[in-house]
Design a protein around this ligand. Structure first.
Ligand SMILES: [Zn+2]
Length: 174
């Protein structure tokens, strides 16, 4: 089964000024992209915040899974990852560096495998995983995230219904 990706690819994408996609990738920008508060992630966070949604930043949705999501909606159980085009092997923008190709192939494939594993673990635990590429427009990404969060919140059982279910179980009913 193909892991759910929830990825949106705008066709009118222009790489942001100074991003690795607008110039020759080099080690320095790659390393800069590893940092948490990267431009793309900040833009997505701001756009989601402006929509009135609140979230936790860079926290583990599941204690047992040693991977932090970039935005975590605890009650809605939505975990958002903003994936760098280089580090996560974006199909549109990743290109293998011309040196140390074996190293980079192993590295990037390993990252992608780990991403899929993280998706499955979270999905199994009842979380919705939303993955955003760093090249996506922040507003489009935020709209997608807000949609997932609202969908999950709407599906939450009202408290009264949950109490009735517990009572039914206690009474031996269905
Ligand atoms: Zn990309």
């Amino acid at each position: 089964m193909t892991p759910r990706r929830d990825v949106y690819h705008p066709t009118d994408y222009q790489p942001p000024q100074g991003s690795w996609a607008s110039s020759e990738p080099n080690r320095k920008t790659m390393l800069a992209n590893r940092h948490r508060d990267t431009g793309p992630e900040l833009r997505v966070r701001r756009a989601v915040h402006a929509m009135g949604l609140r979230y936790r930043v860079a926290t583990r949705p599941l204690k047992a899974v040693g991977r932090s999501a970039d935005l975590v909606f605890t009650r809605a159980r939505v975990a958002v990852f903003v994936d760098g085009c280089f580090w996560h092997g974006c199909p549109d923008h990743f290109s293998l560096p011309s040196t140390n190709t074996d190293y980079w192939t192993t590295k990037i494939e390993g990252n992608a495998l780990r991403d899929r594993e993280t998706d499955h673990l979270l999905d199994d635990a009842g979380w919705t995983v939303v993955r955003i590429w760093e090249h996506e427009l922040a507003l489009e990404a935020a709209t997608q995230i807000a949609g997932s969060v609202r969908e999950r919140l709407a599906a939450l059982k009202p408290r009264g219904a949950a109490d009735r279910t517990r009572l039914d179980e206690a009474m031996g009913g269905g």
